[in-house]
Write a protein that binds this ligand. Structure first.
Ligand code: ZN
Length: 138
């Protein structure tokens, strides 16, 4: 049986010709930070390289066309999105890439969570991120 969330899986495949795999998970740290109004930021090289901007989608009832459309639109030009009060969705060229993005997203959230308890995260400066991307041909 397909998941009730087939609407947003299908929407991403329709809108993203490069997406060959879509992953949905109820990632607790990422969902929790989003609920607290925190955005995903470049706290590590992995986060800067693998994630980019991660949009947050307002709460919508699961398994609906409305949520499917919102996720499909949010994933245009983004590797991942956060569904408020719900979880995350990632897309990749294959399942391994979609899993990697989800793992980096949750690890980034854990690091941000820990740093927030000790005064907040010091981000990688934007000019350094550009250099990292250039050196890694991203
Ligand atoms: Zn779900």
């Amino acid at each position: 049986m397909p998941s009730i969330e087939w609407h947003f899986h299908a929407a991403i495949y329709r809108k993203r010709a490069d997406a060959m795999a879509v992953l949905h998970a109820h990632s607790s740290y990422t969902t929790g930070l989003a609920l607290a109004g925190r955005r995903i930021e470049p706290v590590t090289i992995e986060a800067a390289m693998e994630l980019g901007d991660v949009p947050i989608i307002e709460f919508m009832y699961p398994g609906t066309d409305e949520l499917g459309d919102a996720v499909g639109n949010a994933m245009m030009g983004h590797k991942a999105a956060i569904l408020l009060n719900h979880g995350v969705v990632t897309a990749g060229r294959d399942l391994a890439e979609a899993i990697t993005i989800a793992e980096v997203l949750e690890a980034t959230s854990k690091i941000t969570f820990v740093a927030s308890h000790f005064g907040g995260a010091r981000l990688i400066p934007p000019d350094r991120i550009e250099l990292i991307k250039k050196l890694n041909k991203v």
